[in-house]
Unconditional design. Structure first.
Ligand SMILES: [Fe+2]
Ligand SMILES: [Fe+2]
Length: 368
């Protein structure tokens, strides 16, 4: 079965084409910046050669669970989908919320495109089956968010995005690190918001958050699949160089999330969530889960951690302001801010990591 959001939502983007969009969400989704979700491509032939024999028992269990498709009927609007007053929404909140939805939709769809391509090019039955299920889930996720955007008149044309968006090449091992992390962070982000709104339902300003619990279980399973893929080759997580790479990806992914979230103060205020608390909470959950496969963990309680994340945020704000200023002065300020961001990254990267031995069995179940 091969579902894409284009099949599910053939008219996606019609509103944008009709010029009704108050925000150019298509451009927001297509643009490639350091902070925007990217589209990835990789060496699919190398990935096709993975032999899952060393993790066969756990693999078969996970695949059977994905095949049973527990969320088959979940991504449909029901009576629980309350009417949304888009026109009455406080404009700065509306702008940030739409930015959040576009960024989430692009990230979900990025997974769909990558997984679907692996399925299309592969010949390895195990790999093809896994990537087929994951592409199915991500198509639903992206389509569901796009449905929410459509109500606001700003759906993204996902079909167009596959052609217009730049693709970043990552070697397979970098895909494992980055995608594993983004799946587990996705789980941690969705479940943290869901639990917070479960306790504070008056702050649920949009119905989509009600769908997050079952949704994040899909992301959890996807992360499990990448953990098993990494487990097939111990070098991927145990060699000295690869540990440095894992630390690099952890630092890059966490600091990017920090900067991106801090750019949405109104959105988090409406949810009643303090951004730095939320991000630390998501890092903590992700790091705890990642002990299943990563032998190192960032020390997010280190005295240099938060001050450097704040410095990173200021550097990005300065880069942004310099870009808007333009001209030679803007360029110089942009370079200075870029250098500051690079130094800050180095300072974050050199915080000593915590180390631990990997468990014999890799599999986990969602527990938050
Ligand atoms: Fe997803
Ligand atoms: Fe996912």
């Amino acid at each position: 079965m091969n579902i894409t959001p284009m099949d599910l939502y053939p008219d996606s983007g019609a509103e944008v084409a009709a010029g009704m969009a108050p925000m150019d969400t298509q451009a927001m989704a297509t643009e490639t910046t350091l902070l925007n979700p990217r589209f990835y491509t990789t060496d699919f032939d190398e990935m096709d050669k993975i032999d899952v024999t060393p993790v066969r028992a756990e693999w078969d269990k996970l695949i059977a669970q994905m095949k049973s498709d527990p969320n088959k009927g979940h991504f449909k609007k029901t009576d629980a989908w309350d009417a949304v007053d888009w026109d009455g929404m406080y404009p700065p909140l509306k702008r940030e919320f739409i930015d959040f939805l576009v960024s989430s939709c692009t990230a979900e769809f990025s997974g769909c495109v990558l997984y679907k391509e692996m399925k299309r090019r592969g010949t390895n039955a195990d790999i093809c089956e896994l990537f087929n299920y994951m592409a199915r889930d991500e198509a639903r996720h992206a389509g569901f968010i796009n449905d929410a955007l459509r109500e606001a008149g700003v759906a993204v044309n996902l079909g167009f995005l596959t052609k217009a968006k730049k693709y970043t090449y990552f070697r397979p091992k970098f895909i494992y690190y980055a995608t594993y992390l983004s799946e587990k962070i996705g789980y941690a982000r969705y479940i943290t918001i869901f639990r917070h709104l479960e306790a504070n339902p008056d702050q649920r300003f949009h119905p989509i958050f009600k769908w997050f619990r079952e949704w994040c279980n899909d992301e959890f399973s996807h992360g499990e699949a990448f953990a098993l893929l990494m487990k097939t080759d111990p070098k991927l997580t145990e060699s000295f160089t690869n540990k440095l790479w894992i630390k690099f990806f952890l630092t890059a992914v966490y600091s990017t999330m920090w900067v991106r979230d801090h750019a949405r103060p109104e959105f988090h205020k409406a949810l009643g969530v303090e951004i730095s608390w939320y991000d630390q909470e998501v890092f903590r959950k992700t790091s705890t889960i990642a002990r299943q496969i990563f032998p190192i963990e960032l020390d997010i309680d280190h005295p240099r951690w938060i001050p450097n994340l704040e410095r990173m945020n200021r550097a990005f704000l300065a880069m942004d302001a310099a870009k808007r200023q333009g001209g030679i002065a803007g360029k110089l300020k942009g370079w200075a801010a870029g250098a500051k961001a690079a130094l800050t990254f180095a300072s974050l990267y050199t915080i000593p990591a915590k180390r631990h031995a990997l468990p014999a069995s890799v599999r986990l179940e969602p527990s938050y």
